[in-house]
Design a protein around this ligand. Structure first.
Ligand code: TRH
Length: 388
């Protein structure tokens, strides 16, 4: 029997930074997307303030216990955990463990909060079957539900704040050229292929850089400061590259950019002809940029990430013609260590115009589905009594 809840007004998200920025990137976006409705109170608990401050510079100037930035109350998740009234919806991100005292406080509420575990994004088939499933706590009379983001109507969808695609379209139509002129190296020819590069350590870059350097078409890499930078420097025979520096080698140039806030990173993705992205959040944002992309997936034990990569390629490439799909697959596999990046590049480069059309269609098709916040609201408003 269905149990209809009123729309929840107070929300809190718990985020533990495991490695890199991705988990916090997703949680911050979710918190901000929820907070766009002024009727909602949104609190984000984060255990790594330094990582948060890189994505959200406003966090750096807050007092010790935290404070509000862009409508979201940012709080330090520390031990011992402070006694606070739990929100109506409590989201634990990526199976992080809620503080035991907070769980007790949740159980003690007359109307227990809705408890959601936000999972990692995957295009794998099993996701739809697990989305929304419940799991009762053995003692506390609470039940959490598993929320799986995804790319199909039977999953939890993708984060897409309102106005995102309209802002992208304005930028790409009217602001891109000026942005590139201000951000990239001076004097890049008009036919430059602009590539953003955000990746983990990338052994495949050396051969690709060599190929680009020898090529006919100018290629310019825009590289935010991060883990791939040592490989970029090595590709130019330099011991290191600093933010603001430009390196050149034949037809290839690279400019190192500062790590910006999330909005600044979106503009980089919107500006480039090809986006090399990684993890989860930049991967999704590159899809909203509606430009060709290649995904450096986060490596898992026993190469399990290749299943995830293939599942996405199957879905994303379902309506691509075989040559373009093959080009995409070969380049993505090589970029993830299964193949030769330089050998895969020419066919991939030739397919870029078709991949650009396809990227636009994919973004438009995904945007017709309800976004992650809409689906979260739906799940939290219309919950099944047996689970809640
Ligand atoms: O940092 P990541 O590698 O994150 C990964 C994944 O989330 C993965 O699923 C997780 O298990 C692992 O971390 C531990 O990549 P991701 O997800 O793209 O996150 C990077 C965030 O940084 C994203 O929110 C975009 C943001 N960003 C900026 O805000 N400014 C920048 O200049 C750049 C380059 C990125």
């Amino acid at each position: 029997m269905a149990d209809f809840h009123a729309l929840p007004r107070s929300w809190e998200i718990f985020c533990q930074v495991v490695d890199n920025f991705g988990d916090i990137g997703v949680c911050l976006r979710l918190a901000r997307a929820l907070a766009t409705d002024p009727a909602r109170e949104v609190r984000l608990w984060v255990d790594d303030w330094q990582a948060l401050s890189r994505l959200c510079p406003g966090a750096a100037g807050l007092p010790a216990e935290g404070g509000k930035v862009e409508g979201v109350e940012l709080r330090r998740w520390r031990s011992p955990f402070p006694a606070v009234e739990p929100a109506e919806v409590v989201i634990e991100a990526f199976a992080c463990e809620l503080p035991p005292s907070h769980l007790q406080a949740m159980a003690a509420r007359p109307q227990p909060p809705q408890w959601i575990n936000l999972e990692y994004l995957s295009a794998e088939d099993w996701v739809a079957g697990c989305h929304g499933l419940g799991s009762p706590h053995p003692r506390l009379g609470l039940a959490k539900r598993f929320f799986f983001p995804g790319f199909t109507a039977d999953t939890g969808g993708l984060l897409r704040e309102s106005g995102l695609l309209a802002a992208r379209d304005v930028f790409q139509a009217a602001e891109r050229a000026a942005w590139l002129a201000a951000t990239g190296p001076a004097g890049q020819p008009d036919d430059t292929l602009w590539i953003s590069l955000f990746a983990y350590e990338q052994p495949g870059l050396a051969a690709l850089a060599e190929h680009w350097a020898q090529g006919d078409r100018p290629v310019c890499l825009l590289v935010p400061e991060g883990r791939v930078l040592a490989d970029v420097a090595a590709a130019f025979g330099r011991p290191r590259l600093e933010v603001g520096e430009t390196a050149r080698r034949g037809a290839l140039s690279a400019r190192v950019l500062p790590f910006t806030d999330q909005a600044g990173y979106d503009r980089l993705l919107w500006a480039c002809d090809l986006n090399l992205v990684r993890g989860e959040d930049s991967f999704v944002r590159a899809q909203w940029a509606a430009r060709p992309l290649a995904w450096h997936i986060y490596a898992q034990e026993e190469e399990a990430h290749f299943h995830k990569l293939q599942a996405f390629l199957d879905l994303y490439g379902a309506d691509l013609q075989t040559p373009a799909l093959q080009a995409l697959t070969d380049f993505w596999l090589a970029w993830n260590g299964r193949g030769d990046t330089a050998a895969a590049w020419p066919i991939f480069a030739a397919a870029l115009p078709e991949l650009a059309r396809h990227a636009r269609q994919w973004s438009a098709r995904q945007a017709r589905l309800p976004d992650l916040v809409e689906r979260l609201l739906e799940l939290c408003t219309h919950s099944v009594k047996a689970n809640g």
